[in-house]
Design a protein. Structure first.
Length: 433
């Protein structure tokens, strides 16, 4: 594999990225900016059209970056897998959601793997980045790639390297987040590490793909469990008349052995709530039930109901019922500073409130249109008139670019589920979760 090594070092290797979403597109751009030629392959004609016209479909990549790279002919995008034939490196970044029965939906990985197998040639390095259960790379990909006689380690190289990007996070961008690489052979790891070293400051090899796969699931299981814990404590703190946010601030002064997690309306997105289930699913084959994950899921899924109860208590104190009240939801993306609404807990809250007869309007600077109860709604303008017209303002996502001073000034009462109004504490119209 000396040839591939030379090509990687000279930024001469041709890289194909399969799946140009929140993970694949920033990665493709990073390699393009490092001088590599990158071909992005995606099944979504809409996404391909946007990228070709220099309009970024995801946060974390700018329009300018797409335009520059395409102008320099370092990035081209297409729906056909035929580009895999000429690739030296193939990176898989397709979705790994859950099926309706809450099992891993491996269909996207399987489709990508089958396309790669059809075009596989000697000397290629293939890397799976999609989050998945331990064993996927060795038990699913490797046999698929070896079925025509090529052998991993001898004829081609294969690694798993989890993506840890946090879309919208400006403090830790792709290049700053250490990368874990586990190859099916030592040579696979060595070249996988070399590749990522071209764009990422710290790359850590581990002994196998399984370790890398499980490391990613440990990270997200750690998050779901701790969020579940703090959500449970938030509900009990309310009963005890204790401010959970003050408790967390106090506990956070301990310089070791404590890491703050914060309560909220529940978890969303397609990582924290989904990834641990991949681990639970795999554990079941070994007769094991991962109880922490189940409990955390249950706890987190009860939060929207808790928020609705709090909203109803607040309206009740004002002599109002949920039915007929106008509620302005601030932020419906699943987390701050992004436009992604997948599995957003804000929808679980608003659907419950709407079902009880509340009139719901929303404002989200990132989500201009949203659909619930079968109709598409547009984000309302955030101004004094809108704020004053609402019986309750309910903050469900703590976007940083919302003018909270105006919100505090003009709202009758605000339920802040994220403690984003911390600096306004003392204002009588603010109620925390
Ligand atoms: N978004 C995150 O914050 C994040 C962070 C770390 C890891 N991950 C993991 O990375 C993986 C990708 O996530 P994402 O957020 O980028 O998903 P995404 O939905 O934003 O993007 C996936 C892309 O893959 C395309 N695609 C689907 N099937 C394809 C196929 N067979 N061939 C080519 N393209 C195909 C889709 O059209 C889409 O553009 C998932 O496993 C996810 O769990 C996501």
């Amino acid at each position: 594999m000396n040839m591939l090594e030379k090509k990687i070092k000279a930024a001469d290797a041709r890289i194909a990225v399969i799946g140009l979403g929140y993970v694949g597109l920033p990665l493709a751009v990073a390699f393009g900016k490092a001088g590599f030629h990158v071909t992005g392959i995606d099944v979504s004609p809409k996404k391909l059209k946007e990228i070709r016209s220099g309009k970024t479909p995801v946060i974390g990549v700018t329009d300018q970056e797409l335009k520059d790279l395409q102008k320099k002919k370092r990035l081209d995008v297409m729906p056909e897998y035929s580009a895999l034939k000429t690739a030296d490196v193939i990176i898989i970044c397709v979705p790994t959601p859950l099926s309706k029965s809450l099992d891993p939906d491996m269909s996207f990985i399987l489709a990508a793997a089958s396309a790669i197998a059809d075009h596989l040639k000697k000397g290629q390095l293939i890397i799976l980045e999609s989050t998945t259960y331990p064993g996927t790379t060795e038990e699913v990909l490797q046999p698929e790639f070896e079925k025509k006689g090529l052998v991993a380690g001898r004829d081609f190289l294969l690694c798993f390297s989890p993506e840890r990007i946090d879309p919208g996070n400006k403090r830790f961008e792709l290049k700053d987040i250490p990368k874990i690489v586990g190859g099916v052979t030592a040579e696979s790891s060595r070249l996988g590490v070399l590749l990522y070293q071209q764009i990422i400051s710290k790359v850590m090899p581990v002994s196998s793909p399984r370790v890398a796969e499980m490391a990613k699931l440990l990270e997200n299981t750690f998050r779901i469990v701790n969020i579940g814990l703090v959500n449970e404590l938030a509900t009990v703190a309310k009963d005890l008349n204790i401010d959970i946010w003050e408790v967390i601030d106090a506990a956070s002064t301990k310089p070791f052995g404590f890491m703050p997690f914060y309560p909220g309306p529940g978890i969303g997105g397609h990582c924290i709530g989904v990834d641990p289930i991949y681990l639970s699913w795999k554990a079941k084959f070994h007769g094991r039930e991962l109880r922490f994950i189940e409990l955390a899921r249950q706890m987190n899924s009860e939060m929207p109901e808790f928020v609705v109860r709090r909203a109803s208590e607040i309206l009740n104190d004002l002599g109002l019922a949920v039915k007929g009240s106008k509620i302005l939801m601030l932020g419906i993306a699943y987390k701050k500073d992004i436009e992604d609404t997948r599995e957003s807990p804000a929808f679980a809250v608003l659907e419950r409130l709407a079902k009880q007869g509340a009139e719901i309007i929303y404002h989200d600077p990132y989500v201009l249109n949203a659909q619930w109860n079968g109709t598409v709604k547009s984000s309302s303008k955030l101004n004094a008139k809108t704020l004053k017209s609402a019986d309750l303002v309910l903050i469900t996502t703590d976007h940083t670019n919302i003018p909270y001073d105006i919100v505090v000034q003009h709202s009758k009462v605000i339920l802040d589920t994220r403690n984003v109004l911390k600096k306004f504490s003392g204002h009588k119209n603010i109620v925390r979760l």
